[in-house]
Design a protein around this ligand. Structure first.
Ligand code: NDP
Ligand code: BG6
Length: 594
């Protein structure tokens, strides 16, 4: 039984989806569809003043279907009343509406549309939202990049990566066709206000006089973020709706460059217009962390140094940097994964109970954790780099075999670290992180190892290794999403033999619904103005403050990474590091690797 309304529920849900657009340029918010949901209640009552209301996801309300692309095109609008070409205000007056009653529209511009991320993640996520009727009724998608492309060419490019949910295939190709008709392309330079003004003109045509809201997704290398922020804010922002900008990582390479990037962006944007994406925060099981902890009485009382012996955050990929070596060599695994994805999970895991689930309340608690972290010591870090390995007649390349990687590069492709939070809840508890490419498996997990049972009556049944008998909670973020708790159990029978068993919540067995991609959740949040899963600038500063001194020391002292074979379990140094704190990596225990 569902405990609360789901996001974009299936069409059987009777609720109409409401989207609320605030007329102010910089800080408006759209509301999730459920007026009675926690999210809806979070909005301060003053927010409702002057809000414009439009119904989207009409199929869910059992009303008319979401309009087809044809209904969105300017020509249709002209036919429908000749209002196209008016400013949104004039349009409103012409049809007798004031700003609070005008229908709104969202234009999503994917900047860097010709790139890998746009093709692999952003367009497919937008399509999935469309497929699930989660996009507003009136929306347009524009691709923007320097490459020359026609609308038709963009559509052909995008169509190659669109897929439908496996669990719901109805009308898939029809929906794809409708979606593609709402995708357009404009070619331009990133630093050209003139080119953005041309884009603005096209966007206006599609907005058809409705209250315009605009979302720019910067799917481009970071050295051009500021150029685009400048051009988009000066020539492409909405005049009376909201304008938001999603910024992809990396947000700098260290404290200094990150601060410079933030300063640069803030010349043109307010903080609440900037949506810094960390796609790990959009993963289903990461979002579920707070629910698991704060809505189950059995977990929250255990969530401290009193019961938890150590916490492990593990990221491993079974492929190397293939194709991204050029980017990667400038960053390395600590900046690529630890400083953002794993640290964000750690902050969510360890935070105190927030006052509410409001974005600011949660981010306030996360930043407190980050600022309470003990400075990272070099001796608490192990770095590695994969080398070539031949297995079953196949030779897998080493990191430096990649032509885009400089010979002799010392960039780590693996790192393990022991971190500590200097606060009353977590004092002395090691938070061990491990992240690596070209390892034996692809997996992201949060492992919580609990303390030994004091005065355990069954101690004798466990032999000398009490660690093996401690409870462990595993949150497997991916793949095969699962939450399981390792317990000790009596083997049925007349004897008294114990074994380790799992209380297992395997998502694939429990839930028939396909798990949405992280980018879907985050794009929807950005459209709706929900900032909870995006990184605030003080969080970013605190994250860099933790890692910058270590990164500097590693680079200045030219510390050589320990080599590990492609496809192996990583450097042995990681085991010694864990052993220093009496920890064993849970993912490498016999029961997990068989
Ligand atoms: P790409 O390198 O594919 O760049 C995207 C587009 O930007 C290109 O198609 C190109 O478009 C333009 N571009 C590339 N290099 C330059 C340059 N030096 N100067 C001006 N324009 C340039 O990047 P991705 O799509 O892989 O990634 C986009 C962003 O997302 C990056 O910040 C990346 O770090 C981040 N990211 C990517 C991930 C991925 O899996 N790919 C994962 C997580 C984050 P054109 O030439 O047509 O203008
Ligand atoms: C990105 C990193 O942020 O996350 C990549 O830059 C990494 O190096 C990727 O491969 C992993 O994301 P996911 O969602 O595939 O686990």
């Amino acid at each position: 039984m569902a405990l609360s309304a789901a996001k974009c529920p299936s069409s059987s849900a009777a609720a109409a989806r409401l989207s609320l657009g605030h007329p102010s340029l910089r800080s408006s918010t759209l509301l999730r569809p459920f007026p009675n949901s926690a999210r809806a209640r979070r909005l301060p009552s003053r927010s409702f003043k002057n809000w414009n209301l439009s119904v989207v996801c009409k199929q869910e309300a059992g009303a008319v279907p979401v309009s087809s692309s044809a209904e969105e095109t300017p020509s249709k609008n002209v036919e429908n009343g000749g209002l196209f070409g008016l400013s949104s205000e004039e349009y409103g007056h012409a049809i007798g509406l004031d700003a609070s009653e005008r229908e709104s529209t969202v234009s999503i511009t994917v900047v860097g549309a010709s790139g890998d991320l746009a093709k692999k993640k952003i367009f497919p996520a937008l399509f999935a939202l469309y497929y699930e009727d989660c996009l507003p009724k009136h929306f347009t998608i524009f691709g923007y990049a320097r490459s020359k492309m026609t609308d038709a060419e963009l559509r052909t490019m995008v169509s190659k990566t669109l897929t439908c949910r496996i669990d719901k295939r109805e009308n898939c190709s029809e929906k794809m066709e409708q979606f593609l008709k709402r995708c357009f392309y404009h070619s331009g330079q990133y630093d050209s206000e003139e080119n953005f003004a041309e884009l603005d003109k096209k966007l206006k045509e599609h907005e058809g006089g409705r209250l315009p809201n605009r979302l720019f997704y910067l799917s481009i290398p970071p050295n051009i973020f500021i150029d685009v922020a400048k051009s988009a804010s000066r020539s492409g922002s909405s005049k009376d709706g909201w304008t938001r900008v999603i910024v992809e990582k990396p947000f700098g390479r260290d404290s200094q460059s990150s601060a410079a990037l933030t300063r640069g962006l803030k010349q043109y944007l307010e903080e609440d217009q900037i949506f810094r994406i960390d796609h790990y925060l959009g993963k289903e099981l990461v979002e579920n962390l707070s629910i698991l902890r704060f809505s189950n009485l059995v977990f929250e009382p255990l969530w401290s140094r009193q019961y938890i012996r150590n916490v492990q955050l593990i990221f491993s990929e079974d492929f190397g940097t293939e194709g991204r070596g050029g980017y990667f060599d400038n960053y390395g695994i600590i900046r690529d994964i630890m400083q953002n994805h794993l640290l964000q999970i750690l902050a969510l895991f360890a935070m105190e109970t927030p006052v509410s689930m409001d974005a600011e309340d949660i981010r306030n608690e996360k930043v407190k954790v980050l600022r309470s972290m003990k400075p990272l010591q070099l001796e608490d870090v192990v770095i590695g780099q994969y080398k070539s390995h031949t297995k079953g007649g196949v030779t897998y390349p080493g990191y430096t075999d990649d032509k885009t990687v400089p010979k002799g590069s010392l960039t780590p492709t693996f790192a393990a670290a022991a971190l500590f939070i200097d606060n009353a809840r977590w004092d002395g508890v090691p938070f061990l992180m491990k992240a690596g490419k070209a390892l034996h498996t692809r997996r992201t997990e949060i492992r919580v190892q609990f303390r030994h049972v004091p005065g355990n009556l069954y101690k004798r049944s466990f032999g000398t290794d009490l660690d093996r008998a401690t409870n462990e909670l595993v949150i497997r973020v991916q793949p095969n999403e699962a939450i399981y708790l390792k317990i000790n159990n009596k083997i049925p029978g007349l004897g008294m033999r114990l074994d380790r068993s799992n209380l297992n919540l395997l998502y694939a067995s429990r839930y028939s619904k396909e798990i949405p991609d992280a980018y879907e959740r985050l794009l929807l949040d950005a459209i709706e103005g929900e900032r909870r899963l995006f990184i605030r600038s003080d969080e970013l500063d605190a994250a860099w403050e933790l890692f910058t001194p270590l990164l500097k020391e590693l680079e200045e002292r030219k510390i050589a990474p320990e080599l590990y074979p492609y496809g192996s379990r990583g450097p042995v140094g990681a085991h010694y590091l864990a052993a220093n704190y009496n920890v064993r990596w849970g993912d490498l225990s016999a029961s997990e690797t068989t």
